[in-house]
Structure formats: C-alpha cells, structure tokens
Design a protein around this ligand. Structure first.
Ligand code: PHE
Length: 529
C-alpha cells in the first residue's frame, strides 16, 4: 500500500508537474478523492519517505474541518431525535395518540425530550387529547443529512452559520486537518527503487555505478553509542584523592606487596605478638608459602628486643618473642605495613648506611617540608602517601567486605607535634570538601597519642567516623634509626566510604564484587572534590 501511494504521487507529478492539493488524489482501491483526515495522514507518510530521498518537496496547508461527536454519529446512523419522535407517534386517525410517557418508554427519555420540541416546531406532530399524533405525512430529516454531509466532507455546503449551530448543539466538533502541495524534487524519478547505500566493487567492475542512484548521507543522524572502557567509581575517587596528596607535596609510596610478613605488618609497628588483630579471625594467613624470607637481621633483632625487654625509654611488652609469629606470611591488614618498610628505608642514612634508591626517587618528588635543616645526622624529611588494597577476615555485611582500599598519609619531620597532625588533616579533608572535623582520643599500638577523625555528614545529619590517625611511637621509630627529634605522624581513611557517600551508594556490594553492574560503572559521573 505504502509503495502504491508513493507510485501514485510520482506518476501524478510526472503527468501534472505539481499536485496542488493532495485531497484531490484518489488513493489505490478507493473511488472517492482522499478528502478525509486519515487519508491525508497516509499520504503524509508517503511524502516524507519520498522527500527523504529528495524525489519530491512538499508544503503543508492547514485546514479546519469538522467531525461528528458520538451523538452526531448516532444521528447520522439512526436519524435525529425529532425524526425518531415523528416515527414513533401514530398518524392522525390511525390508532390511539401516544402519551408522552409511552413515547419516553419507546425512544428513550433524552430523544423524547429534545425531539418533541423540534418536531412541534417543524409542524411534524400535534397534540390530540393527552397524546401526540403525526401532522406531516412525510418528513425531511435535515439534521441527519447534515450529519452525513459533515461525516463525509468535514464541512457543510450551507456554510459557517449552520456549522456553528451544530457545534452549539454538540453534534460536531472542530478538528485541525492538513493537506499538501507537492512538487518534483532534485532527484525526481517515477521509479521508487531503493537507492544504493554503498558503492561496491561489483558496481565499479560492472559499471552499474554510472546509473545507480545513491542514498544521501544523513549528517543529522545520531551514531550508535560507542562502547569503551570506563573507570570504576573507586578509581575516580582514588584519582581525586591522589591529586590532593600530590598538590600538598606528597610522594606516592610503592605498595604492590599485598603479601607481607607478621614482622612488617605488626612487629615493626610495635603491635604486640599477642594482639587480637593478629588472630586468624581478623587476619588472613598464607598456607603456601607460609613463612617469609629473612628480615633485615640487625633491625629484626632490635625490634624483637624492644618488644620483649624494652628500650629507647620503653619497658616493652615483657612477653616471650616468637620468631615463628614474626615470619608468618599474611595478606596485609593495613597499608601501614608498607609505610613502616618505607620509613625504615628513609632512616637508612641515619643508620649510617647508603641511601636507598627507592627513597632517593621518592625524596625527589617530596615537596617542601616545614624544617629541612640538615644537622648532619643523615635525616631528610618526607611526605608520603599510598592508596591501595588491604584485607581483613571480617564478617561481610552492607558496609564491610573482606577487602577494601586504604588511603594513608605519613609525614616525617623534626619536632612535629599533634597540632601539626591536626592541621594537616584539616587541610587534607578541606580539599575533599569536608570542613567540619572532630577528633576523639583513640588507641593504636603504634601511635601515641592516637585520634579518631569524625566528620559531620550533611546528608545523614550526624557525625561519622572517617579515619584513624596518630603520632608514631618512639618504640617504632627509634629502632629504625631515626634521631629522637624526628617525629612521624600518619592518618588512614578508607577509599570506599567517601566513594559510597559521593555516589549515594548504601550497600558496598553494589560498588565492589559480582553485583556491581557494568552499566552503572559506565554511567558513573566524574568526581571533583
Ligand atoms: N593503620 C591505621 C588503620 O588501619 C590507620 C593509621 C595510619 C593510623 C597511620 C595511624 C597512623 O586504621
């Protein structure tokens, strides 16, 4: 059908040059011209298809036409109310006159009520006694005729006044209509053969390209969305936090060792060997291999001595030292294991050893520190950070998994105080958009004093814990070889918490793991603190 109409339009244009009014077209299989609204809609489809191929151009003309209301349609079919009344009453002298009540029963209340008045006015019926009889022997149902005329042409020959009357009687309503004037387009032809969309080798060799018609490029068409890699929300937030550290003159520590020994994860940090965090229900231990390579001998001995017997002004834990405990391999429970190893390397020059190449590289990246005075003891200040994965043997729930990411900052300088630590954290968190901070005394085996960091959460409208911090203990720093006036402070936060707050995620399992949808990753917006 669609193609037959397109062909009709093209043939008519071929014959007439233009089609002034598409309402004059007689569509295939029809005997009347396409005057109705529906017919013009069908024609419009054909016009759009032809004009997209530039075979024709067309302009739209608006008309107002009329359509029947349901009441009008019923009159077109069954006759007007007055005609129904006339048909229902007996002729004069033929049977009993019909009472108004009987009339109502016969043709319905509405038709009887409206129809009687008009039938009287038209002198079609008259009163006889208590009833009604016919006055005219035949009638001309003009209303029905008008309805039929409007139905087929959308208007009345009688003109606007008659139409307005029918509108007032709510038998017809106005409807916008359209028709079209059609001209030949630049690619006019009477053939509706589909244009070629591609130039092929076959066309070139056969020469068919010379006579083929080609489809025009549509530069307005939207392309298929391209698929590509997308950064996970955690990586986006990681990048922002990384930038904050870099902006503050911090250098990034290497943290690729997920597997650490008990020595670096705990002992070097002065975590007692009997500490509950070291038990299997909190830490994942490796079974194969299960023991670490040899730790640096001298340092190891000093650490074990401080634990067991004390030193550097400390009484130590006075509990037997276990070499086996220290050599156990485990999945690191915090990135502070890496920080400890890095600090030990940083202290190499203080121990009179050669500078560690890793430290040298980091030192080159460390920005200004408060005091850089060289007192000849080999110490050089450092601002270090890391953001990497840690593992804890925890029961998983909506906010905890067995692994997460830790963001850790460490500053080593002479005479640092708690006020420096608090000041640093204020600047750091402010850069993350968190201005309202509170600090609560806490306990870490490796820091004294220790502070838990709380931030006011504007959406949750309460204080939430965002991190942990402290001044590293002399029992940890002095065995490494740092001079007494060198103080080191550090703080750690999780990467998951700010990410979940940022993206409004309340179940960590929708952020990490198999329930995380690729689509949400692809759509997650960039983060700017
Ligand atoms: N390691 C601590 C934690 O896991 C964070 C921290 C780092 C605390 C450095 C003090 C100093 O919560």
């Amino acid at each position: 059908m669609a193609e037959a109409i397109q062909q009709l339009i093209l043939d008519t244009l071929d014959k007439q040059g233009t089609i002034k009014d598409t309402r004059t077209l007689v569509l295939p299989g029809q005997s009347d011209p396409a005057a109705t609204h529906d017919a013009q809609i069908i024609i419009l489809g054909a016009l759009n298809s032809l004009s997209s191929r530039e075979m024709i151009t067309y302009t739209t003309q608006e008309t107002l036409s009329h359509v029947l209301t349901p009441e009008g349609a019923s009159i077109a079919l069954n006759g007007s109310h007055e005609a129904l009344v006339w048909a229902a009453v007996p002729a004069k002298g033929e049977g009993e006159p019909i009472t108004p009540k009987q009339l109502e029963e016969k043709i319905g209340g509405e038709a009887a009520k409206v129809g009687q008045g008009r039938a009287f006015k038209n002198k079609w019926i008259a009163k006889e006694g208590n009833g009604l009889v016919k006055l005219a022997s035949s009638i001309d149902d003009a209303t029905q005729k008008e309805m039929r005329e409007v139905d087929s042409t959308g208007t009345l020959k009688a003109g606007e006044k008659a139409l307005a009357e029918l509108r007032k009687r709510k038998l017809i309503t106005q409807k916008k209509g359209q028709w079209f004037t059609v001209h030949k387009g630049p690619s006019f032809s009477t053939s509706t053969a589909k244009p070629e969309t591609d130039l092929t080798t076959d066309m070139l060799t056969s020469g068919a390209w010379k006579t083929s018609t080609f489809k025009k490029y549509n530069f307005e068409a939207e392309g298929v969305p391209t698929s590509g890699g997308a950064l996970h929300p955690l990586l986006k937030v990681r990048e922002e936090i990384r930038n904050i550290f870099l902006e503050m003159g911090f250098a990034e520590m290497p943290t690729s060792s997920f597997v650490e020994s008990g020595f670096w994860c705990f002992d070097s940090l002065f975590v007692p060997q009997q500490h509950p965090a070291r038990e299997v229900q909190d830490t994942f231990y490796l079974s194969d291999p299960s023991t670490s390579l040899d730790p640096p001998k001298k340092y190891y001995e000093t650490v074990s001595k401080v634990h067991e017997h004390g030193g550097f002004g400390s009484t130590g834990y006075r509990a037997p030292w276990s070499d086996a405990e220290s050599r156990k391999l485990l999945l690191r429970t915090h990135t502070t294991a890496s920080s400890a190893a890095m600090l030990w390397k940083l202290a190499a020059r203080c121990r009179g050893e050669k500078d560690d190449p890793e430290v040298e590289a980091l030192a080159a990246h460390t920005g200004t520190t408060r005091s850089s005075k060289d007192t000849g003891d080999g110490f050089r200040p450092a601002k270090l950070f890391s953001i990497d994965r840690v593992f804890r043997n925890e029961t998983m729930d909506a906010t905890h998994l067995a692994e997460f990411h830790q963001v850790e900052g460490v500053v080593a300088d002479r005479d640092l105080t708690l006020a420096d630590l608090i000041g640093f954290m204020k600047v750091f968190f402010k850069k993350m958009g968190i201005e309202n901070l509170r600090f609560k005394p806490a306990y870490n085996p490796y820091t004294e004093p220790s502070l838990e960091i709380f931030a006011f959460h504007p959406q949750l409208h309460k204080w939430v814990e965002v991190g942990n911090s402290g001044m590293f203990r002399p029992e940890m720093l002095e065995p490494m070889g740092f001079p007494k006036d060198v103080h080191v402070h550090g703080w750690g936060i999780s990467l998951e918490r700010p990410t979940m707050i940022r993206y409004g995620i309340n179940n960590i399992r929708t952020l990490v793991g198999h329930k995380n949808s690729i689509e949400s990753v692809e759509k997650s917006p960039a983060v700017r603190f």
